[in-house]
Design a protein around this ligand. Structure first.
Ligand code: PEP
Length: 251
């Protein structure tokens, strides 16, 4: 009942010309893919071009951040109106790189999540512990605080539009993947928190992606876990063949 969702987070990579070449590769294999929901999240500068290229496909467009405000004097920010004009459907919020380098707190992630939902954009809300948290036995404590803080005051019915991405920070871009058991354990834990926050139905329907060095070699094993409903893919989404293989592992 939960459709697998595989999203590519291109981060600060790909010029417009490079984006065109990557999307041409993806379209060859994934243009009509409906059994897995496929999302690509280019940098803002390539959104318009990629949006035009995806118009006649099943591949959805996402982005990597969004302002919590509507418009006005917010230098460097991008609003929901600007994103929707480009047919963006998903917005990655609270990625660990934004939490770490730009000091985004749960408070701000929560404001952005609420704004996205109010404006019919689907948030992909990232949570995950750092290596020092895991080593200190604090994984659940850290993840629970992020889930409760980032998703505070969201009504149960809006959870249909929400995707959570569990991304252990120590596995992002490091080549170290959480084992499928480690990932499944935290995914089930997150679903339990959501159950406690908004009830059984919303928790059962919520899609929870795994992110952290997911690649063709480990995707199938991770995606076969009962509470892993997809992947948020960084490095491996920059290469068409790798991303296509990961999507196929979710079929
Ligand atoms: C990410 O940053 O969302 C991510 C999962 O990166 P990678 O796949 O490169 O670990």
């Amino acid at each position: 009942m939960r459709k697998t969702i595989i999203a590519g987070n291109w981060k600060m990579n790909k010029t417009i010309a490079e984006a065109v070449s990557l999307v041409e590769g993806l379209k060859r294999e994934l243009a009509d893919c409906v059994d897995v929901e496929v999302v690509v999240c280019p940098p803002f500068t390539a959104l318009k071009t990629v949006s035009d290229m995806l118009a006649d496909t099943q591949i959805k467009l996402g982005c990597q951040n969004m302002s919590s405000e509507d418009d006005g004097a917010y230098t460097g920010e991008i609003s929901h109106t600007m994103l929707k004009e480009l047919f963006v459907r998903y917005v990655i919020l609270g990625h660990s790189e934004r939490r770490d380098y730009y000091k985004e707190t749960d408070f701000w992630v929560n404001r952005k999540v609420k704004k996205a939902l109010e404006k019919n954009l689907r948030p992909i809300v990232c949570v995950g512990e750092k290596l020092k948290d895991r080593e200190a036995g604090n994984t659940e404590k850290v993840v629970e605080a992020q889930v409760r803080g980032s998703l505070a005051d969201i009504p149960a019915e809006q959870f249909e539009e929400v995707v959570v991405a569990y991304e252990p920070v120590w596995a992002i871009g490091t080549g170290k993947t959480a084992t499928s058991e480690q990932a499944q354990e935290v995914h089930a834990f997150i679903r339990g928190i959501i159950r406690d926050m908004v009830g059984d139905q919303a928790a059962a329907g919520l899609r929870i992606q795994y992110g952290g060095s997911m690649k063709p070699a480990n995707a199938k094993e991770l995606l076969s876990q009962p509470d892993i409903d997809g992947g948020l893919i960084g490095g491996a989404s920059l290469d068409a063949n790798s991303f296509i293989s990961i999507v196929k592992a979710g079929l």
